[in-house]
Design a protein around this ligand. Structure first.
Ligand code: ADP
Ligand code: MG
Length: 250
């Protein structure tokens, strides 16, 4: 579905993405994990065409993206920080998006608008919204056009516990439909029940991509948070996994 070949991105001296090659397929929920500044958002933005890699290629459904943007209609994107016109009301924002997409109402996925009770806030302008409500709007937009691919950058950050559960349940339902979902979160417990694969980035390098079962076996930990903590601390319960990770040259 998405294939990345040898992409590199520098911001001046800083190497934000260091020769990343990876493929993602339908039905996978990839948790993109790594310390702050490891390149997660840069990778996501490269896939979306919002950052232009210095070299390398990205393919969507086997087609080289090459600066085009038509493929983006198949991707629902929830940005880490959603920016919207200050004076636009929530309701106007949704109407505008529907008009741009020219989508029939019956094709729309309004689940999150309903479950987050955004209809009751349609008259509020974006400027007045709390961070959490802004996140809810961003989430509702990502799912609205029922895209086969979802890219969610820190989706639960700033959401209250109930809203966070609503969003996780929604992500699970979309996973069960066989969509490809790429998700980053610092709250690893949020990823436990969603994840099929973990991609670990450090200083712009991909350290590994493993399916969750293998990761659990290799680290001897069931919880994703604990498994990742072992790796970050360089602990090596099985005697092979961590050294394999740390020695891997990309
Ligand atoms: P993450 O999402 O993993 O926290 P990012 O992809 O946002 O990391 O950033 C990776 C590195 O690239 C960081 O050091 C960040 O400061 C830098 N960076 C990201 N975007 C820009 C930019 N537009 N200009 C300069 N540096 C950037
Ligand atoms: Mg980020």
């Amino acid at each position: 579905m998405i294939r990345i070949e040898n992409i590199n991105k520098r911001f001046k001296k800083l190497k934000a993405l260091d020769n990343i090659s990876v493929s993602f397929e339908n039905g996978q929920v990839i948790s993109l994990i790594g310390p702050n500044g490891s390149g997660k958002t840069t990778l996501i933005k490269s896939i979306l065409g919002m950052v232009k890699p210095d070299s390398g290629k990205i393919f969507f459904k086997d087609e080289y993206i090459d600066g085009g943007f038509a493929y983006r209609k198949d991707i629902g994107y929830m940005p880490q920080i959603g920016r919207y016109p200050d004076n636009m009301k929530i309701g106007q924002l949704f109407s505008m998006l529907k008009n741009i997409r020219n989508e029939m109402d019956e094709n729309l996925d309004n689940d999150l608008i309903k479950e987050f009770d955004l209809y009751s806030m349609f008259e509020k302008s974006m400027r007045t919204l709390s961070g959490g409500t802004r996140q809810k709007v961003s989430a509702a937009i990502a799912f609205l056009f029922n895209p086969p691919v979802l890219i969610l950058d820190e989706p639960t950050a700033g959401l209250d516990p109930l809203s966070s559960e609503i969003l996780k349940e929604k992500i699970l339902r979309e996973k069960e439909k066989g969509k490809l979902i790429l998700i980053t979160s610092h709250i690893l417990s949020d990823l436990d029940e969603l994840t099929t694969h973990v991609m670990y980035l450090q200083e712009g390098k991909m350290q590994f991509l493993k399916n969750i079962e293998t990761l659990r076996e290799d680290t001897g930990e069931i919880k994703l948070g604990k498994a990742i903590a072992r790796i970050m601390k360089g602990e090596d319960p099985t005697g092979n996994f961590i050294s394999e990770v740390l020695n891997k040259k990309n």
